[in-house]
Design a protein around this ligand. Structure first.
Ligand SMILES: O=C(O)CCC(=O)C(=O)O
Ligand SMILES: [Fe+2]
Length: 496
């Protein structure tokens, strides 16, 4: 039951707008098509859909024939178009009827699709290579001695859209050679040769990215290991180790659980330790000292007011008080300490985008912040153009840093209910079974709300658990990515 080249070619002809040619030969079955759609949906974070929507729409058409070869041209074509139409126009997750139908099907292709799309819809699409427990090629350790600090060492939950490049000096003439580690996996190492003129250099890298990264205008950027953008071939020539972030913004890679990294800051050395791979969460020590903590508290005290949250469309507000019951204050940036702390957070995180004004929060007995996302999911703000307007080109709140000024004696942890693909919690206050970070005075926690490729990372959902005794104080830092800054409205203000 081979599909003739001609009919497949015709079937895929209508996808030309969506996929690059190189992806076509990989499509043999409907399951392949669904998988490709899932992959592509990783790039659609800006419309707030889950991968399952896309693949689900294809499944809805093909039912139990997922692992059969693609036969009918029009069918695939219209399914793909329907899938994309549904992505753009609706914001649903995989419908229950579809899940049930899937579960009844005995087709192994269906089962693997179900498994993948389920994980995917839970915020943990896992497209990484299966086995990463191999070391990188020996020569790379010679040319890039720090490479192990930048590769991902776990089998699962690899980074999405973060790649590592190690260049050597063996290239000739206008070429330079090296290795490309897709998704920062040692197992994926492959020899590469890059031309020296920058334009060719850049388009060469472009070719190695996922097909899905190429059909969209993409702001990917290279960085050195100090988190500085590398924008010229001369700068690239000085570095042997280059980091490629498809989302255009530097992020610390998790490497493995417990991994420690020292980051020198002006006047301090911060120590990061990996607490979670998905979402990527670090504990941070040495970010600020006791005198600074005291001063921030003192500054905030007279300014504290009941905390507010930005409303979603159609949101009933009667529960606002229980949703976020802390008190908080935005601190004046004119204050030298405040601007110093904000600058330090830039130095630590390397963000190029905007850092929101430092906010101090105080939680007393019984107060909490229920599970939520710090990013702005466009699907919840369809009726608020002033919010949507700031979320174009995947602009969003990329990272959150909570610096604990005082720890509660009981409760008050920061917890991540959706870590590692767990479903959205039924009870937004039930911290008991969630991945928890104790809010310990003097420590900070840093986590990424976006994947390295700029998509929303739904596993970043988190809560400030109820304080059961004492008081919890924290200084919160939210930083935005700056992807495609040049095509953004220069008028955006500081309200978000
Ligand atoms: O206080 C906490 O632990 C969480 C705070 C938080 O999620 C936020 O301010 O965005
Ligand atoms: Fe938050």
């Amino acid at each position: 039951s081979d599909v003739s080249k001609g009919s497949k070619g015709a079937a895929l002809g209508c996808l030309a707008e969506i996929y690059p040619k190189e992806a076509w030969p990989q499509l043999h079955t409907y399951a392949d098509a669904a998988a490709l759609l899932e992959k592509s949906c990783r790039n659609l974070g800006h419309v707030g859909e889950t991968c399952a929507d896309v693949a689900g729409a294809v499944f809805a058409r093909f039912g139990t024939r997922m692992s059969s070869p693609i036969a009918a041209d029009e069918e695939l074509c219209s399914a793909v178009l329907a899938a994309f139409t549904s992505i753009i126009s609706t914001a649903t997750t995989l419908p229950q009827e579809v899940v049930e139908k899937l579960q009844q099907a005995e087709d192994p292709g269906v089962q693997s699709f179900l498994d993948r799309s389920k994980r995917c819809s839970l915020g943990a699409c896992d497209f990484g290579p299966e086995d990463e427990s191999v070391p990188p090629p020996k020569e790379t350790l010679r040319w890039c001695p720090e490479i192990l600090e930048w590769l991902h060492r776990e089998k699962r939950y690899g980074p999405e859209g973060y790649h590592v490049i190690c260049l050597d000096d063996s290239g000739e003439g206008l070429k330079r050679s090296g290795w490309f580690f897709a998704n920062a996996s040692a197992a994926s190492a492959r020899r590469i040769s890059v031309p020296r003129p920058w334009a060719a250099f850049r388009s060469t890298f472009q070719r190695w990215l996922q097909p899905s990264s190429r059909w969209e205008l993409h702001p990917w950027r290279l960085f050195d290991t100090a988190g500085r953008p590398v924008e010229t071939v001369e700068a690239a020539g000085q570095a042997s180790l280059l980091l490629l972030f498809e989302g255009g913004e530097f992020q610390y890679p998790a490497v493995h659980l417990g991994f420690q990294r020292r980051v020198a800051l002006p006047g301090a050395v911060a120590k990061l330790r990996t607490l979670s791979l998905r979402p990527v969460v670090f504990s941070v020590e040495g970010f600020a000292d006791a005198a600074e903590r005291r001063a921030l508290k003192k500054l905030a005290k007279p300014l504290l007011k009941k905390s507010e949250v930005r409303q979603f469309d159609n949101h009933e507000m009667e529960s606002e008080q229980s949703f976020r019951s802390s008190w908080s204050a935005f601190l004046p940036t004119e204050d030298p300490l405040v601007s110093q702390i904000m600058n330090r957070s830039r130095e630590l995180t390397k963000v190029a985008g905007r850092v929101e004004n430092l906010q101090v929060m105080r939680y007393r007995h019984g107060q909490q912040y229920q599970a939520h996302w710090d990013f702005f999911d466009p699907q919840y703000f369809k009726k608020q153009p002033e919010v949507l307007g700031r979320l174009t080109h995947r602009r969003n709140r990329m990272l959150t840093m909570l610096f604990y000024l005082a720890s509660s004696a009981g409760g008050g942890q920061t917890a991540f209910p959706m870590a590692y693909g767990a479903p959205r919690p039924m009870d937004p206050e039930d911290c008991s079974s969630w991945l928890q970070v104790p809010a310990k005075r003097g420590k900070a926690v840093l986590f990424y709300n976006l994947h390295a490729d700029g998509r929303l990372d739904r596993s970043s959902n988190h809560a400030g658990c109820k304080v059961s005794s004492g008081e919890k104080w924290s200084a919160n830092i939210w930083a935005w990515n700056s992807a495609n800054q040049e095509i953004l409205d220069p008028e955006y203000d500081d309200e978000l």
